[in-house]
Design a protein around this ligand. Structure first.
Ligand SMILES: [Zn+2]
Ligand SMILES: [Zn+2]
Length: 422
């Protein structure tokens, strides 16, 4: 089996003294602590290269860490090895007569699955095996989800999953950090969902349309495309037909957002997917997509949008404006110069579809910005402004690419942001 050192757990008795060494004397960065309520433990992770140190502090006298420290004093508590398949790993060890604490793997923190090996078998070191959270194309994550917002109904659809390079998805964030959020595959790719949004009010609007099905096998291999769930299917599950869509609104024209705008007929002709819809695109984005340069060319595929102009269904907007009652576009720039998000308001409640401003919930912290972004400092400014507003207004935020979370509320406590799923 392949195993990677995930972290080394250190039981701590006097946390300020431990921080004085690890943080202040060594100068290492300590992440915001995580409470593991079931273990009465607070964990402080310190990234060191591809692995971490984990300072473990008891939060109650009956905590296993408190008992450990009482008996043995502070010190090395456990090491954690990350494996691809913890069930297979446990079976392999048992077949070789290795004594386990956990005969069958059990749930660990953050959706992981873990099993402890008995120290008798490991020459005195407590060894934890860990399989990171699986965030792949499984059904609960791709279900149609409905939300009501005042007079409006919001329906989150799914056009399947695609895989992009993990480094590019997280920009300057070290792999040691992002790989804890999203486990990369053997080609270093992480999974993105594509979640177009239906807004039903005065009219029926679709925001973005996923990848569509015009791409060939080579493209599907490069990007690990999985469209076993797709827009056709999820639209039908929502009780809608392509004819029901009045307006298609583009956040921007990258292929994972605009691919579904058009379909290719048997004769090779490409036509708009939604026969009755007007397609609304920001003028600057249209200009960039029709005049790509070396840096953005791979993201813009003409068949996704040029046929809209040919069919006479394209409408260009120049500035932030209301598209239908309760629905406005707002330019953020950053990801592309004219990338826009959708602000939704009804009955005193707000929602927002943030597209590639924050593709995953893990992009909510300021510094988590994609390497793909053409103007990352603009992303930063737009995000800071948006997040403050979203927290203050309790905005329901739709994360277009998060493989697990369709929408949630951004919260902030002690300088750490999180997303609460309704
Ligand atoms: Zn994009
Ligand atoms: Zn995207």
């Amino acid at each position: 089996m392949k195993a990677v050192l995930d972290h080394v757990g250190i039981a701590v008795k006097d946390l300020p003294a431990a921080l004085a060494f690890y943080r202040d004397a060594l100068g290492l960065d300590v992440e915001a602590p995580e409470d593991v309520a079931s273990q009465r433990v607070r964990a402080h992770f310190i990234p060191v290269g591809a692995s971490s140190l984990e300072l473990l502090e008891a939060t109650a006298p009956d905590s296993p860490i408190a008992k450990y420290v009482d008996k043995k004093g502070p010190g090395l508590h456990h090491i954690t090895l990350r494996v691809d398949d913890v069930h297979a790993a446990v079976e392999q060890l048992k077949a070789r007569g290795v004594r386990m604490i956990d005969e069958t793997p059990r749930p660990g923190a953050e959706g992981s699955t873990i099993a402890f090996v008995h120290p008798q078998a490991t020459h005195g070191v407590l060894v934890e095996l860990k399989q990171a959270a699986q965030r792949s194309a499984v059904s609960p994550e791709s279900q149609v989800k409905r939300y009501s917002l005042g007079e409006l109904e919001l329906i989150s659809l799914c056009d399947g999953f695609i895989r992009f390079d993990g480094g590019a998805m997280f920009g300057t964030v070290p792999k040691a950090l992002w790989s804890k959020q999203q486990q990369p595959d053997d080609r270093n790719r992480v999974t993105l969902a594509m979640r177009p949004l239906i807004i039903r009010g005065a009219r029926t609007m679709l925001v973005d349309a996923g990848l569509g099905d015009k791409d060939d096998a080579k493209f599907h291999d490069i990007y690990g495309v999985d469209r076993s769930r797709n827009l056709d299917r999820t639209l039908a599950e929502a009780g809608l037909k392509v004819e029901d869509v009045d307006i298609v609104l583009a956040s921007h024209l990258h292929f994972d957002h605009a691919g579904g705008f058009t379909v290719r007929e048997a004769d090779g002709r490409v036509r708009p997917t939604f026969p009755r819809a007007q397609y609304i695109v920001r003028r600057g984005e249209w200009e960039d997509a029709t005049h790509p340069h070396a840096r953005n060319r791979a993201s813009y595929l003409r068949d996704n949008y040029v046929p809209l102009a040919d069919a006479g269904v394209l409408q260009l907007v120049d500035d932030d404006q209301t598209i239908m009652p309760g629905v406005k576009v707002r330019r953020t720039g950053g990801h592309t110069m004219h990338h826009q998000i959708v602000m939704i308001e009804s009955g005193g409640k707000t929602a927002a579809f943030v597209a590639d401003l924050m593709p995953f919930t893990s992009h909510v912290p300021d510094a988590w910005i994609m390497g793909y972004d053409l103007y990352p400092m603009d992303t930063l400014a737009a995000k800071q402004q948006f997040v403050q507003e979203a927290i203050a207004k309790q905005t329901l935020v739709f994360f277009e690419h998060d493989p697990v979370v369709a929408a949630g509320y951004i919260r902030e406590a002690h300088g750490k942001r999180s997303v609460e799923i309704p």
